[in-house]
Design a protein around this ligand. Structure first.
Ligand SMILES: Nc1ncnc2c1ncn2[C@@H]1O[C@H](COP(=O)(O)OP(=O)(O)OP(=O)(O)O)[C@@H](O)[C@H]1O
Ligand SMILES: [Mg+2]
Length: 397
């Protein structure tokens, strides 16, 4: 049933129309109003699918009614009804600016009006439309996190993998990590799962779709999904073969399918890395306190990341492999990087290498170790930054 509100500018002048709409079968006239203010009030209270708004009404005119209705009941489509036979031509622009969805002449055939009503009702998405839910439900908004660092070998993959597992336990089946573009399928090695394809294979397709992407993900027992990196020396030119369009499609598909998307990504795969950074809700920059060169490079990386499109709050600086014997301290890193250090992850060869050798991530095998606790607290930071949804209550009516 299409719920329609009808306004008239003289008592009784819409009787014929109301009768005809009622006979159409799938239309229910939910109200009849006689002036502009009353029309807005009824729209706000009844939330009709369609409101037939007379351009001229006592008090407030139809354009103003449309403007207010757009705020009071955004789902209602207002059709401005005017006397002139060519109303659409002469009033169309002004009506659209006021928020009307269509203009029709009072003299138009009833058939034309009925078609317009059913067209508008069908293009307006139903509240249970899946795409609308994904787009508007804060509990379903995807959250993208890039883990990067100014140097190789500073712990990006170790942190991303354990963070992924920690998050997958909080959001079962809703977390994916993309090895972008690590060599020797590092993440799969850390998880001891075979790579069911690699990100590089996507470069062979002109167009990638959800089925293809999903078929290339491996699954860890924690429910974490992995898009593997490159696992053969022959494919070391991977980033060069991956086009921006493929990366854009991949991210789009993953954002539709998963709640959290993690990237293990070096900044050097420019411009692909820039594409990912610009679309990340959080960028975790990993550094270490063992060499001055790394600290300085971290400063340069932060300076190039933070700018008009990436606010400083979005970038979280993490010191990894921290040990009391390090020649530099957190204060040195903060000063050089001009950015606060959010978290320190201690050095623990025993725990980290043990996990690597056993193929069981340390957040699972050694959950109470300081290094696992530190990664768990990074997971908490991610969760705290994610959009929070109020419990959705089914709307009345
Ligand atoms: N907190 C830690 N304590 C001890 N060892 C660590 C720690 N974090 C990482 N490592 C070790 O450091 C090495 C490099 O880590 P990892 O591979 O995660 O770095 P990366 O930044 O991903 O390197 P690449 O640039 O090659 O991809 C590994 O051997 C790993 O086990
Ligand atoms: Mg790595």
């Amino acid at each position: 049933m299409i719920r329609v509100l009808v306004s008239e500018n003289q008592p009784g002048d819409a009787d014929r129309l109301v009768g005809a709409l009622g006979e159409a079968g799938d239309i229910q006239v939910v109200g009849l109003t006689r002036d502009g203010l009353e029309t807005v009030q009824m729209i706000a209270q009844l939330h009709p699918d369609i409101a037939l708004v007379r351009a001229q009404m006592p008090g407030m005119d139809g354009f103003q009614v449309c403007r207010l209705a757009a705020v009071a009941s955004p789902h209602t489509c207002c059709i401005l009804v005017a006397e002139a036979p060519n109303a659409e031509d002469i009033l169309g622009r002004e009506a659209m600016r006021a928020g009307a969805r269509a203009v029709i002449s009072l003299q138009a055939d009833l058939g034309v009006l009925l078609r317009l009503i059913s067209d508008l009702a069908s293009v307006t998405p139903a509240l249970d439309d899946t795409d609308l839910q994904i787009a508007s439900d804060p509990t379903r908004v995807p959250f993208t996190v890039a883990v990067t660092g100014a140097k190789g070998g500073i712990g990006k993959t170790t942190i991303t993998t354990n963070l992924g597992v920690a998050l997958a336990r909080r959001f079962p089946d809703q977390v994916v990590v993309v090895d972008f573009v690590g060599h020797y399928a590092d993440i799969n090695l850390l998880l001891d799962i075979p790579a069911d394809g690699s990100i590089l294979e996507l470069a062979d397709y002109d167009e990638i779709d959800e089925a293809l992407v999903m078929s290339r993900l491996s699954r860890h027992e924690s429910s974490l999904r992995v898009m593997a990196g490159v696992n053969s020396a022959a494919s070391m030119d991977a980033p060069g073969r991956l086009g921006l369009a493929t990366v854009a499609n991949l991210l789009g598909i993953l954002r539709r399918r998963f709640r959290i998307i993690l990237f293990d990504i070096a900044p050097i795969v420019y411009p692909l890395s820039q594409y990912v950074f610009l679309r990340s809700n959080l960028i975790v920059v990993v550094s270490v306190l063992t060499e001055l060169s790394t600290i300085r490079n971290t400063g340069s990386l932060l300076a190039s990341l933070v700018g008009p499109h990436i606010p400083a709050e979005r970038v979280k600086l993490v010191a990894n492999r921290v040990d009391p014997t390090d020649p530099f301290g957190v204060a040195d890193l903060q000063q050089t990087a001009k950015h606060p250090v959010l978290l320190q992850i201690p050095r623990s060869n025993e725990v980290v290498l043990g996990a690597l050798n056993s193929g069981v991530p340390f957040v699972i095998s050694r959950p109470t170790s300081p290094v696992a606790r530190a990664v768990e607290s990074l997971a908490e930071v991610v969760v705290a930054e994610m959009p929070k949804g109020e419990e959705r209550t089914p709307s009345a009516g």
